[in-house]
Design a protein around this ligand. Structure first.
Ligand code: ZN
Length: 414
């Protein structure tokens, strides 16, 4: 049999073409545009690569609950399996999200017309993570071209909505139990030289304080909702200092990431006019959890702060809501999946990768926590490019990551 890794070098141009074709379909989320077009492209491509594929559609009756910001845009995913497998024993699952964030300011190139310049291939979402999807297509094409027979099943999913929490994407597939596997890899950008064995959790909390309006010349007649919010913000700052004493035992990318974090004031709103006592004030916080914490514990700490403040100030009225709650998720660092990816990376890149907990979350928690599938993130592209203007990927990186993923598939499913 020809060497699969050499074959990948020979089809390098094709992998780059996949990547470009994906970038040209502007799957911007929110609201969740052109998902059907992209799925159609994947269906056609995969049908030519010895795969069984199907489209999974989230019923529109679930829109309000799962994607209220894009109700008029259908949520569709592609799932399937490579047919050249001797058994249907659950094996390896490869997954990637195809939604991209809206292009921010600062682009000097057309975000949806990929161009190669100075060895960099530019395009919106090319690192995060259409490059990763192209790599999965490269793995499957290699298996199909060389008619490789696996003894375990290779399955895949391509999903929307990761950039908004994944509820209409991997979350829905997990809820419907449409994914079965012994191992999972989400091919999010992880270069240079990282294997993300898990991610931190996240808890978003929104606070709305209630007061009473009065004329600005007689403020003592009102209750100032902004001043109430200041108390909360100061209480949260104190909590942030205490959180800094907690430390994870897991390896992280930068030393600051050892601690939980609490970012206050991503959104602050309140008041209507300079001479009116504000009767309402809004504040949001973004709390990130180390793997040793749970969302419930993190929320309880915040509620304690509020309870203490309300004890001191009976006039403090505040409503709390938690629009995003995602538990931390990880795979043991010495799990066969982690070691296989690490040794494969070292063989292809000539450098041993670091196994780390990612500061931001990915869709892997749905697979790890809801389905019990050990899942890591590993793929081409750099995370620093994600959501950045003039996002690019290095084509050689695309090829190398495809080689690593192919080697992993061959090792785990031999
Ligand atoms: Zn991503």
């Amino acid at each position: 049999m020809p060497d699969p890794l050499v074959h990948i070098e020979q089809i390098a141009d094709q992998i780059v073409e996949y990547c470009k074709a994906l970038v040209r379909i502007p799957t911007v989320n929110p609201p969740g545009d052109h998902y059907e077009d992209l799925c159609q492209y994947l269906l056609t491509t995969l049908q030519g690569l010895n795969c069984q594929v199907e489209l999974v559609r989230v019923p529109s009756s679930r829109a309000e609950e799962l994607y209220p910001w894009g109700k008029d845009y259908p949520r569709v995913s592609v799932i399937g399996r490579y047919l050249g497998s001797r058994s249907q024993r659950a094996g390896l699952h490869l997954s990637g999200h195809f939604d991209v964030v809206p292009p921010g300011k600062g682009w000097t190139k057309d975000p949806f017309q990929p161009v190669l310049e100075d060895g960099k291939l530019y395009g919106l979402g090319i690192s995060d993570m259409k490059g990763g999807i192209a790599s999965i297509l490269g793995v499957i094409q290699t298996l199909a071209d060389l008619r490789i027979e696996l003894s375990g099943d290779l399955t895949f999913s391509f999903t929307p909505d990761e950039e908004t929490g994944g509820h209409g994407g991997v979350g829905y597939l997990a809820e419907q139990r449409l994914i079965q596997a012994d191992y999972g890899i989400i091919t999010e950008p992880s270069q240079p030289h990282l294997v993300k064995i898990g991610h931190r959790g996240v808890l978003w909390v929104e606070f709305v304080t209630r007061g009473k309006t009065a004329h600005g010349s007689v403020p003592y007649k009102g209750i100032n909702a902004f001043e109430k919010m200041v108390k909360i913000a100061l209480g949260l700052q104190e909590l942030e200092k205490r959180l800094h004493k907690k430390q994870t035992a897991f390896p992280v990318i930068e030393p600051e990431q050892r601690h939980p974090s609490l970012m206050i004031g991503g959104v602050v709103r309140g008041g209507v006019k300079t001479n009116v006592v504000p009767d309402e004030c809004f504040l949001s916080i973004d709390r990130r959890l180390i793997p040793e914490e749970t969302v419930q514990e993190a929320y309880a700490e915040i509620q304690e702060v509020i309870a203490r403040l309300q004890n001191e100030d009976p006039e403090l009225r505040v409503d709390l809501s938690t629009p995003l709650r995602i538990e931390p998720a990880h795979v043991p660092i010495d799990h066969l999946l982690c070691t296989t990816v690490a040794t494969s990376h070292e063989e292809i890149y000539g450098k041993s990768p670091q196994r780390v907990i990612s500061p931001g979350f990915a869709d892997s928690h749905y697979l790890v926590r809801n389905l019990g599938i050990p899942t890591i993130t590993y793929g081409p592209g750099t995370i620093s490019m994600a959501h950045a203007p003039d996002e690019y990927i290095i084509p050689d990186d695309l090829v190398k990551a495809t080689q690593v993923l192919t080697r992993v598939a061959l090792q785990l499913l031999a």
